[in-house]
Write a protein that binds this ligand. Sequence first.
Ligand SMILES: [Zn+2]
Length: 329
Amino acid sequence: MKIAIGIDIGATNTKIILATEEGRVLQDLQIRTLSAARSGPDRVDELLIKNVRDFLNDEKTKAAISGADIVGIGIGVAGLIDRKNGKIIKSPNIASVDGLPIREIFEKEFSLPVVIENDANAYAYGEKWVGAGMQKNNFIVLTLGTGLGGGHIYNGELYEGPFEIGHVIIEPKGRFCPCGSHGCLESYASGRAIIDRAITSLESGVKSSLADCCDGNYYKITPEIVFHKALDGDNLSREIFREVGHYLGIGISNMINIFSLEAVIIGGGLIGAWDLFIEELTKEAFKRSFKPYVSNIEILKSTMAKDAGSIGAAGLLFRKLSVNRGVLN
Ligand SMILES: [Zn+2]
């Protein structure tokens, strides 16, 4: 049996898995990314390597992979990457990894082939490999989490581009975005946007049971709190999620009009709130798209939630090995 190590380095958490060639996860581990990053600028990769080593040496892991061959490592990382040279160019949310030659470091350390990819692209590939997009060849994936990422599967293959759907402009004079622009989709449809919208509304005096949370300090509101208040029937919280759907729908309609899509798959950490935004999203997306394009498009919920990134990273490693084999033969 051949297995690959899949690593998804996110802004908050890093997930490490072992996956078979069929995309079955044998063992997994989640660690905090920030605790690694805080330990010093030149320690991030070392701590990641230590965690991978500890994971591989764990008795449970050893039992799960007994007799199997580890054939390589796939790494997805939140940030801009240089595929050719295997480097992280810039990661806005992870301290001290900019310029890190992560592929070379892992190749040397583990004597295995390594492939790196942007985390949202790896997530999209995971959906194609073993997720909601298995039977589709042309679709986009949106990852709704702290930020808003995305990837594009075109003719069955991952489009190796930036696909920064979180930074398409949906309000020309809209909210400031940390990328430096204004009115980006991520500023209206992401965990960060949900928090901002809740706090701004409470500051302006909107009545909501959100005001009672966090011992009265509503600056500590999280998207999860807004989600639970929405389920309890709080109007502001429900409106915030409806608004997320509204803006996602606008963003998606732009993608439908550009690409030839069979599906739009939505995943990420906030996918549990699906029922609170999907109606508005679908209405808005289809209302604004060219009608001949929408008749066959399905809007699908990710079946893999948070794990698509690490599974997709492992899948990309297997993909790379099979392509290389083809060339050599
Ligand atoms: Zn932006």
